[in-house]
Design a protein around this ligand. Structure first.
Ligand SMILES: *Cc1c(COP(=O)(O)O)cnc(C)c1O
Length: 375
């Protein structure tokens, strides 16, 4: 939850989200935007709204109550809950808010079948575990699943499974194995007379594994401009989408840091030259990780400036020596970009994730928890 009085600004460029979506629509006519976890920090309702206007007609979220929130925000399209119902409230909501949910184990299946006796017919998605070992029926259980469904008012209209390593070039065999395991489930459903929309691919799967494209793609990270193949031999195949999130914070104070002087908690950085530092109003309380201490860069006036010393709760120091000779130099109130930014070298989500020692997904989710603006 955003701290309302913090100074961090997250700017979401909805035009870039729309462009990214259009890029995928050129090659596949059924793209399901994955907008779970507040659309990877980009805003559940806002991202849905932007992509609805591009013609997206199904949106995937995580929990059922997340799906209810999306419905209540005014979304009229098909809403798909990837994680399935937990309690009775979730089960009731499937009918009340017209939600297509994944069902991934027999206890869940029995509960929706029983609820359908009272509430009327229900369409569901069957989730199969083809190797991830998190959620889903095993493909070998498909006959038992269809047996239970045949006598019920519950109809599977979709079947889904999730790839564990579609983004790793050396793991092609695992993807093939998962696709084959999924096929066992699909064959079982067909044999029982159920005609389902099949989807297996996430961004990485949809981009390189043709056999995984099937009836629809579940597209997350590349929609937000992240490259799932960063630092692999497939890196160039994941390029072309633009990051839609810019994050900035104001300069609070600018002052000299003489050669030999140290800065911030623990004095972990000592100036090797007479320099000038700017103190930026962002810290780990804004989810700007403390692991970025003495690592990574921000952008001020279109130029890169390195982080100096430890990241504090609400402040971070950067070295602006090289900017002081230009124009009026750096002054309090100037804007520093931690992600994106103006100039020729915006900070990419991949770079920030690298400095942070994590992945772009986490960078987006965490920074996106701050106050957002839309343009
Ligand atoms: C998050 C998620 C996706 C999207 O994955 P990306 O790698 O972001 O494209 C697809 N399917 C499921 C089940 C997910 O949980």
């Amino acid at each position: 939850m955003a701290i309302e009085y913090n100074k961090l600004r997250v700017t979401i460029h909805t035009d870039r989200l729309r462009e990214n979506y259009r890029l995928f629509k050129k090659n596949h006519d059924n793209v399901i935007p994955v907008i779970k976890s507040d659309a990877y920090g980009h805003g559940l309702a806002e991202v849905c709204h932007a992509l609805e206007s591009e013609g997206a007609d199904t949106f995937a979220v995580g929990f059922v109550n997340e799906a209810v929130l999306l419905r209540q925000s005014g979304c009229t399209k098909r809403i798909f809950a990837l994680l399935g119902p937990l309690g009775d409230d979730d089960i009731q909501a499937l009918w009340e808010h017209d939600i297509l949910t994944a069902i991934s184990h027999f206890d869940q299946l029995t509960r929706v079948i029983n609820a359908a006796e009272k509430n009327g017919p229900l369409n569901i998605c069957l989730k199969f575990d083809t190797g991830m070992r998190r959620l889903g029926f095993l493909p070998e259980e498909v006959d038992k699943v269809t047996e239970a469904l045949k006598k019920s008012r519950v109809t599977p209209v979709m079947a889904t499974s999730h790839l564990a390593s579609a983004d790793e070039p050396e793991c092609g065999e695992r993807v093939t194995m998962q696709a084959a395991r999924f096929q066992i489930a699909l064959d079982g459903l067909a044999k029982a007379g159920f005609d389902v929309e099949a989807n297996l691919a996430n961004s990485a799967g949809g981009m390189v594994h043709e056999q995984c494209r099937m009836d629809s793609l579940r597209l997350g990270i590349s929609l937000y401009g992240g490259n799932p193949f960063q630092d692999t031999e497939w890196e160039s195949r994941g390029q072309g989408c633009r990051s839609a999130m810019d994050v900035s914070a104001p300069v609070l104070q600018v002052h000299p840091l003489k050669k030999g002087e140290s800065i911030s908690y623990g004095w972990t950085f000592t100036a090797e030259r007479d320099s000038v530092v700017a103190i930026i109003g962002v810290g780990y309380a804004d989810n700007y990780s403390r692991s970025l201490s003495n690592t990574g860069y921000m952008i001020i006036h279109g130029k890169r400036v390195p982080i100096r010393g430890r990241i504090c709760m609400q402040m971070t120091a950067v070295d602006v020596t090289d900017l002081m000779g230009e124009g009026r130099g750096v002054v309090p109130g100037d804007e520093a970009f931690l992600l994106g930014g103006p100039g020729n070298t915006p900070i990419t989500p991949e770079e920030l994730a690298g400095w942070w020692n994590t992945i772009t997904y986490e960078v987006f989710c965490l920074l996106g928890m701050n106050r957002r603006e839309y343009i």
